[in-house]
Design a protein around this ligand. Sequence first.
Ligand code: CAA
Length: 258
Amino acid sequence: MSYEMILVDRKEPVGLITLNRPEALNALNGKLMDEMTKALRAFEADDEIRAIVITGSEKAFAAGADIKEMQSKGYMDVFKEDFITANWEEATRCRKPIIAAVAGYALGGGCELAMMCDFILAAENAKFGQPEIKLGVIPGAGGTQRLTRFVGKSKAMEMVLTGRMMDAEEAERSGLVSRIVPTDQLVEEALATAGKIAELSMPSVMIAKECVNKAYETTLAEGVMFERRIFHSLFATEDQKEGMSAFAEKRTPEFKHK
Ligand code: CAA
């Protein structure tokens, strides 16, 4: 498959998607999001790929949805095409783990796309923000909801109401990103982290992801029960026997289901 706005690389067992619209700081237009959806679906269907990294350039992960593309749209246009969600949420549908490796600007839809991934690794130069308020709109790809869950009401409210950016240190301190890495090592580190996950038992990885995501959708008691039932079910897998036997025998596990 050929792509114009993204680069797609199979670095087995990791699939790498690089946003590649440098002239517009990787602004996310319809074509780019269609390509991203196709690339994610292809990686989901690919048995040799067991984890995915999405990244941008050193200057910008993505500076938001494409403002010039949106500028002339009217209410009926955005309503009819279900604008923003129609082709934007594929990352949230993937069962394989996805890491967002963010350097430079992750603004508006760029920040929202990063938050749809399972976790965010930030380069030292990363800058996050939801500046839509300055354009006379509000975040439209989950920003008001996901940012609030990541960083809490006070900081999310300030970010959304003022449109100010936060740097990598503030993003780490407030729980938006899992950790900060040197800018020139970001992609390498994200691929290495994804590679480590890809070596683990695939059903455990996918199920762990489902359980953590469940925490956003349900009560604590329901979530803990969901976790317990799934935890029990993993005792029916060969990989549980292998993982625990390998520990007892002081050797590296050879998981069957990768
Ligand atoms: N859409 C379209 N084009 C964009 C863009 C965007 N979101 N962000 C940057 N660009 C374009 C600029 O228009 C410029 O193109 P030209 O050279 O043709 O003029 C090019 O990228 C480089 O940008 P700048 O010259 O502005 O670069 P800078 O280094 O001076 O500033 C910046 C960088 C602070 C990120 C600035 O570009 C900026 O503020 N961008 C817009 C950020 C924004 O408002 N994002 C939210 C978009 S709305 C949204 O995302 C809705 C949603 O919730 C889904």
